[in-house]
Design a protein around this ligand. Structure first.
Ligand code: HEM
Length: 344
């Protein structure tokens, strides 16, 4: 039985296309979990299921009431996300052709997941103190970064990428990420100073909500200005249409997100609107990352397949020639073996 399992595992193959789909699903669920985690915090449903793995004493599934349902749904999404991250990491080893970059990125997700579990535990021990809640959110955003790069790599081949835009545009793209990172960091500090920090009894950050929200909004204006300048730069330098389109989309969602931000601030932070703001922050972040990825071009998966076939041909020819020259010593079956292992 064990032998059968080992030989089944040895022969298990994941096609590049299947892995690409898997990495897309991983990205989507990791983005969803940011919003579902936010929903638990905003509705103060964290203790909706006071036990684990049962939701309430002797009931695995949540009772038909609001807080347990929210916490239970989040638990299901967390389990789904953890499972899919682990499956992706395993699948990365079985993807044919084998790609080191993909294995590293998939392992990065596992590392992020473990760190998030440890941080989650510390957050509970610290009674949801804002610095822990902030770190939890920021780590989730970094995990999404890892997941989007994994998806981009799994949708292309692994040749050195070529630049499709001017050098200045690349610098601009990095600057956008930096300023957006500052917006997100200060945003979590606004939350840590306000009513939705996690627990009604947790001590808040020692800032006035008004001051820190003002700083947050100021950096957003800087971001919008920078994006506008970048759009002109893209047009002037004749950047490819998909890059320009992504840049325009980024500006539109930044503006929408800004509008949600002001509305929630002036309406005393209703939980539903703050939930939309968390979702918006995730979408803005993903769009900015995607825009940066569009600056570089790699080959397609078809190129990878074609190259791999060429490589196999060369390896086969070398092995074949070697086998012919050493014919008396090398049995035919061992030539086949070396061909198989070299392809790995
Ligand atoms: C690109 C635009 C923006 C992005 C990416 C962004 C991002 C964020 C993030 C990541 C948080 C923390 C969420 C959390 O920890 O749960 C946050 C909170 C917040 N943001 Fe923004 N924000 C933007 C624009 C604005 C603007 C223009 C305002 C206007 C004042 C604003 C007001 C707030 C407020 C009041 C909070 C605290 C909400 C709470 O109580 O949890 N945001 N923002």
């Amino acid at each position: 039985m064990t032998k059968e399992w080992i030989s089944w595992l040895k022969n298990w193959k994941i096609s590049p296309e299947a892995f690409r789909r898997l990495s897309f699903a991983t990205l989507v669920i990791l983005a969803i979990i940011i919003v579902s985690g936010g929903a638990v915090r905003l509705t103060q449903s964290g203790l909706g299921c006071p036990t684990w793995p049962d939701c309430t004493a002797n009931h695995l599934v949540a009772a038909d009431s609001f807080h347990p349902m929210v916490e239970f749904a989040n638990r299901l999404i967390t389990i789904g996300a953890s499972a899919i991250v682990i499956i992706s990491a395993l699948a990365a080893f079985f993807r044919k052709p084998f790609r080191k970059d993909i294995v590293w990125l998939a392992m990065g997700l596992v590392g992020g997941l473990i760190a998030e579990i440890i941080l989650g535990g510390l957050t509970v021990l610290a009674k949801l103190a804002p610095p822990y809640v902030m770190a939890h959110f920021i780590l989730a955003i970094l995990i999404v970064w890892n997941a989007i790069v994994l998806y981009a790599h799994s949708a292309t081949d692994d040749r050195v990428p070529t630049r499709r835009v001017s050098k200045e545009t690349v610098i601009w793209g990095r600057l956008v990420l930096l300023v957006l990172g500052a917006v997100i960091f200060v945003g979590t500090a606004v939350t840590g100073s306000g009513p939705h920090s996690g627990s009604p009894i947790a001590q808040r950050l020692p800032f006035k909500l008004r001051d820190v929200a003002q700083l947050h909004a100021d950096i957003v204006w800087l971001l919008i200005g920078l994006t506008l300048v970048g759009l002109l730069l893209l047009k002037q330098s004749g950047a490819p249409e998909d890059v320009q389109k992504a840049g325009r989309f980024l500006l539109v969602i930044e503006a929408l997100q800004g509008a949600i931000g002001y509305t929630q601030y002036f309406t005393n932070l209703p939980a539903l609107l703050v939930g939309f703001h968390i979702a918006g922050a995730t979408v803005v972040w993903m769009t900015a990352l995607w825009l940066n990825l569009l600056f570089f071009e790699r080959g397609t998966l078809e190129d990878e397949a074609a190259r791999n076939q060429d490589d196999s041909k060369v390896i086969f020819e070398i092995s074949h020639d070697k086998a012919l020259s050493e014919q008396p010593k090398v049995p035919a079956s061992s030539t086949q073996h070396s061909f198989f292992y070299k392809r790995w």
